[in-house]
Design a protein around this ligand. Structure first.
Ligand SMILES: [Zn+2]
Length: 329
């Protein structure tokens, strides 16, 4: 690597920070992926309707092969300029996104939203003026704390794709109920559950709801910062908001609520499986080895995300439950 970011030497503390963040991310890339990786994101927008496009993310883990481009990214044309929903995994991706938004809309970028602080959604921020990037305060705070750790682990996994990428915090903390762009009005809704702070956007003109990673479709949800109880409530709230189509953080855009239902089914499944395994006294490796039900076979990276969920939820259960058990004896 000969980019702006110097090669790092890690002391023990930063290594701990990296490994904590790396737990969120994928396994290290294989050598052949390293050799084969092209360093050019080919953004292929799908038109959702007039003036609204989505660049579908790969339904996969973050790997060297996909350069971290796994999240759905949306572009909306408005009277006031282009709106971008999430900025992708790297500076390079963000720069390609700026160019594409200009080609599609012929306008400057008026607003960028970050739906939550995960690296596949925010590391293209650098390509934009921070003054137009908006998110709830909770997203900004989360990125402030975890951003550097995410950046380090993204470098380890995606290598040169990340060259020159730095954490850029949103410059606008969202507080208003509506943002007016002339022909389009966006209603930002602060929710939580997938992370400590999740932004949902409803666009009034199209009736499209951008759910961020509160909803995954045909790709297993990630849970490293999840609060399952809060997530349940948010999914119920989402289902109660009338919308034409829902744009999930990962997966296809559809009418109806298959994404909400599938995400709910997944979090209920893993919550029950992992708690049950813990109650039965299985150790973490035994819990990881459990079979998933048949219906999850159609869901991308189900096995992988289940195993990651066990790895971070098991220690949480141990911390929560063991003292209570001890108290009883
Ligand atoms: Zn995501």
């Amino acid at each position: 690597m000969n980019g702006a970011r110097p090669p790092r030497t890690f002391d023990r503390r930063s290594l701990l920070k990296v490994s904590a963040a790396a737990a969120y991310l994928a396994l290290l890339p294989r050598a052949e992926e390293l050799a084969a990786a092209p360093l050019n994101y080919e953004l292929k927008p799908t038109k959702l309707e007039d003036g609204i496009w989505m660049i579908p993310g790969a339904q996969d883990a973050i790997t060297m092969a996909n350069g971290g481009a796994i999240a759905n990214i949306s572009i909306l044309d408005t009277d006031a300029g282009a709106i971008i929903v999430d900025t992708g995994p790297s500076r390079r991706f963000g720069e390609a996104l700026v160019k594409l938004a200009r080609e599609l809309t012929g306008k400057d970028v008026a607003r960028v939203y970050n739906t939550h602080f995960h690296p596949d959604h925010v590391f293209g921020n650098q390509a934009f003026d921070a003054k137009v990037i908006a998110a709830p305060q909770g997203v900004i705070d989360g990125l402030k704390v975890a951003g550097e750790g995410f950046a380090d682990s993204m470098y380890l996994i995606a290598g040169d794709w990340m060259r020159g990428t730095e954490v850029v915090l949103p410059g606008v903390a969202l507080t208003s109920d509506v943002e007016d762009f002339g022909n389009r009005r966006i209603r930002p809704m602060a929710m939580r559950g997938h992370t400590e702070s999740d932004l949902v956007l409803f666009e009034e003109n199209s009736g499209l709801m951008f759910a961020g990673d509160l909803v995954f479709l045909d790709r297993a949800p990630t849970t490293p910062h999840a609060d399952i109880e809060r997530w349940r409530i948010s999914l119920a709230n989402l289902g109660g908001i009338p919308h034409n189509r829902l744009v999930p953080g990962h997966g296809p855009v559809e009418e109806g609520d298959r994404g909400i239902a599938q995400t709910r089914a997944w979090i209920e499944l893993i919550d029950a499986m992992i708690k049950d395994a813990f109650e039965r006294g299985l150790d973490i490796n035994e819990a990881i080895g459990l079979d998933l039900p048949e219906w999850t076979q159609k869901i991308a990276v189900a096995r992988y995300e289940y195993e990651r969920s066990v790895m971070h939820l098991y220690p949480v259960l141990e911390a929560e439950r063991l003292p209570k058990l001890n108290n009883k004896s």
